[in-house]
Design a protein around this ligand. Structure first.
Ligand SMILES: *[C@@H]1O[C@H](CO)[C@@H](O)[C@H](O)[C@H]1NC(C)=O
Length: 190
């Protein structure tokens, strides 16, 4: 074999090894995230959860390619904490800069009460999930999804536009991803 031929063979070999690594291992790692997100989208009877939003929320951590179901659950619960705290501080910012109409300001004051305990609640949820108490972990998520968010949104009923809509929609989607991951981590799940 001449040396030119040898170097082409080496290049081909390196290429094939990398191709294998990316396509076999990369694909199977990504599969867990896509399995979770397909199930989360299927679980959502109202068709509000976007598959792409789900995938990018679970790729937020560059290491999540190597995560198992439990790690992905913790990541998802941490996403809830971040989004809840973001909305709470965004409300404070809007109240402080005073650029909204007096009507909206009034509603936002109410919302700051609705979100007063969001950090504590989402941290409780992380704690319960982390210790494997999946039934307990769902409770604060339920409170956020069914009480806090609708309470704040309801304040804008009657023709007012909430400046929080975009973030609350994202928060609701993140919570639903956690509901699905809680299910999938529960031992009775098949
Ligand atoms: C969350 O899940 C519930 C129950 O399936 C569904 O009705 C709702 O549309 C979902 N919401 C979002 C934002 O995905």
């Amino acid at each position: 074999m001449n040396s030119l031929c040898f170097s082409w063979m080496s290049i081909l070999l390196v290429f094939l090894i990398n191709f294998h690594a990316v396509h076999v291992h990369g694909a199977s790692d990504k599969d867990l995230i896509s399995t979770v997100c397909k199930k989360a989208v299927a679980d959502d009877t109202l068709k509000e959860l976007k598959y792409g939003f789900c995938v990018s929320s679970l790729q937020a951590d560059p290491k999540s390619k190597t995560y198992n179901l439990f790690d992905l659950g913790l990541l998802s619960f941490n996403n809830n904490l971040k989004k809840g705290l973001f909305i709470r501080s965004y409300i404070q910012k809007l109240l402080k800069d005073g650029k909204q109409s007096p009507n909206v300001m009034e509603r936002l004051k109410g919302c700051s009460q609705d979100y007063a305990f969001i950090g504590r609640d989402m941290e409780d949820a992380i704690g319960a999930f982390g210790s494997g108490d999946f039934a307990m972990a769902g409770i604060p998520l339920d409170i956020a999804y069914n009480d806090d968010i609708p309470a704040c949104q309801g304040r804008f009923n009657g023709g007012l536009t909430s400046p929080l809509t975009k973030y609350e929609n994202e928060f609701r989607q993140l919570l639903n991803i956690s509901f699905t991951l809680t299910d999938m981590n529960t031992p009775s799940y098949m």
